[in-house]
Design a protein around this ligand. Structure first.
Ligand code: ZN
Length: 189
């Protein structure tokens, strides 16, 4: 049986973060969409070791926090804008899917637009694709990346090296495209 996680708190200057200790082997730092900072660490790791790890990653942390802040500053779309994004997704995604599917030699079995906020796309075990209407708030280069990513899951149901090679083959600049998804969405339209 699994033991429960232990929660605590740590500080780095003015910043507080949540420490979650579980039966894991490595330590990881994350900033969620609301700008909350969490550290997941192995049970046996001391507060001092955790504090050192966070301090070592301060630069990354400050960058991630300012990105989260910039994202929060973009207003949520109104109902009308959401309807517009959904319509655009239904109109603009199918031709992109068809174009890249032909290039990659894959055949998706379905297409659906969702209103998922944290997941831009998914590919089911039966190779049916879902895309979030919120994806349409990003530049076209980023939209194409998500389309290729989900199509690549028809070939590889994981994020293995082979999966990334397939994406690289189709979009050699995939890293820059993916970075666009981490930036705040475009405002308006
Ligand atoms: Zn994926």
């Amino acid at each position: 049986m699994r033991k429960k996680e232990e929660r605590g708190e740590g500080r780095l200057g003015a910043l507080t973060y949540t420490v979650i200790k579980t039966d894991r082997r490595s330590i990881s730092l994350s900033v969620d969409r609301d700008g909350k900072v969490s550290v997941r660490a192995p049970r046996k790791m001391s507060d001092r070791q955790i504090g050192d790890f966070v301090a070592k990653h301060e630069r990354w942390l400050l960058g991630a926090l300012s990105r989260a802040e910039a994202r929060l500053a973009v207003p949520e779309p109104t109902e009308e804008e959401i309807a517009c994004l959904r319509a655009r997704a239904k109109r603009e995604l199918p031709p992109k899917i068809a174009q890249y599917a032909a290039l990659m030699g894959v055949k998706p079995t379905g297409f659906r637009v969702t209103s998922a906020k944290t997941r831009f796309g998914s590919c089911s075990l039966k190779n049916s694709l879902c895309f979030s209407l919120y994806l349409m708030r990003y530049p076209e280069a980023a939209i194409d990346y998500v389309v290729v990513h989900e199509l690549a899951h028809i070939i590889h149901k994981n994020h293995s090296a082979a999966f990334h090679r397939e994406i690289e083959r189709i979009l050699p600049d995939h890293r820059a495209r993916r970075a666009l998804l981490k930036a705040p969405p475009l405002n308006g339209e």
